[in-house]
Design a binder for this molecule. Structure first.
Ligand code: SF4
Length: 201
């Protein structure tokens, strides 16, 4: 498996299939991980450092796990395989501001990398971060319908549990509502109680 994962990472990091992305592929690989995280796409800082969740969104994300689940960023990065819907920085969206949302072709193309990881790692729990990851894994695009519940998904011939978190980007105001903050707490509790999580943390 380690050799197969290594071959996969070579292919992923060498991938240049999307002409409109800006950065090079970014991933947070952990061999034999039982828990995967799937985010949306790296931002410019992640593209520069080649490290997922390396800037402000990551700070917020890792603060949730540190403060509520007593898991440090280092522990998280050592034990959870960090992937994304697409692995390269899509570039800025000049009209909407912020990062460009990946298009359907990019999602489909990069989904092949994610499928290979799911086949190789056979994760028991996937943490989907943000609406794009929720939509891709569950077909649920509304955070209020996705966060705070345990879901079951099937992909790449595997079945696994999915817990959704809102995107930790500072641009998101979703968590400003108390009822949504309560849903985040529920998601974190579901992760903390999951057997795959307790076996590695
Ligand atoms: S987004 Fe994915 S498929 Fe596209 S170039 Fe990057 S790694 Fe390859």
């Amino acid at each position: 498996m380690v050799a197969a994962l290594s071959r996969h990472l070579d292919a992923l990091l060498a991938c240049r299939a999307c002409p409109n992305v800006v950065g090079l592929p970014v991933t947070g690989a952990v061999a034999s991980a039982r828990v995967m995280l799937v985010g949306q796409a790296p931002g410019p800082h992640e593209a520069d450092s080649r490290r997922p969740f390396a800037y402000t969104a990551g700070k917020r994300l890792f603060t949730w796990f540190r403060d509520r689940l007593d898991v440090s960023e280092e522990q998280f990065r050592e034990r959870v395989y960090i992937g994304a819907v697409i692995r390269c920085f899509p570039g800025r969206d000049p009209k909407a501001g912020g990062d460009r949302v990946p298009d359907a072709e990019e999602i489909a193309r990069c989904g092949e990398h994610l499928d290979r990881e799911i086949r190789l790692l056979k994760p028991e729990l996937v943490i989907a971060v943000g609406t794009l990851a929720s939509t891709q894994l569950l077909g649920i695009s509304q955070l209020k319908d996705a966060v705070g519940r345990m879901h079951r998904a099937k992909r790449a011939g595997r079945s696994f549990d999915v817990v959704v978190l809102p995107h930790p980007s500072g641009r998101s105001t979703w968590l400003n509502k108390p009822e949504n903050a309560a849903l985040l707490d529920q998601s974190l509790q579901l992760i903390a109680a999951h057997p795959a999580w307790t076996s590695v943390m």
